[in-house]
Design a protein around this ligand. Sequence first.
Ligand SMILES: [Zn+2]
Length: 215
Amino acid sequence: MRWENGTIRWSSRLRKADVRRLYKSYMAGFGFEDLLDDIGTTLYIRCSDILYLRDAREGVGGGWRCLPCESRPDAAGPGPRMESTGRRDPHFTGHGDELFACPVCGWEFSFGAMRNTFRNKQLHSGGAVEAFEGFVKAWPTAVGDVHAKMRAVDLLIHSFHYSLRSEPDLPIRAAGVNLIEGRLKDVLAFLDALSADRQDEAADRWRKERRKQKW
Ligand SMILES: [Zn+2]
């Protein structure tokens, strides 16, 4: 997300047309580098937003971090932890009335107002934390290697949520819906088509996991 004139701007999802164009030009072997960088950067910011909200929800690293402090040009790392009063809403169901304030700059928000900024934006990490964290680690290290970059993008958009303790190998949702515009059904059809003619490991894995699904 970006902190802009006192407003939070959450990252957007990828457009299917851009993803299709990237795969086409990558297969053709030329003219894909700039688009790959744009798409990878969008995904990097998107995954960072998802993990920011995961941290806030689960109290990782102290929970909510101050965005104005974090986005200052001289900020050396994550913003300071927000101090809070009121009733917590640990699952973000909308029942809390917690108020937050930054001990350093004084930025304040109520949980309800903050929740309204990210509701229905498909930013819930669910059972795909490993995939989002994996990309945030892989993308910066792939610098200068277009094939490593493409592999990281490919792996991420074809990953799944796994949440059921009783069936840890059963995919329950495609992570692509957190990353690509559209409803789950459209995103699944799009990713099916994207991997249909390919015989590589990522495409094979996608098909294998898709066959297990009950949704
Ligand atoms: Zn602050």
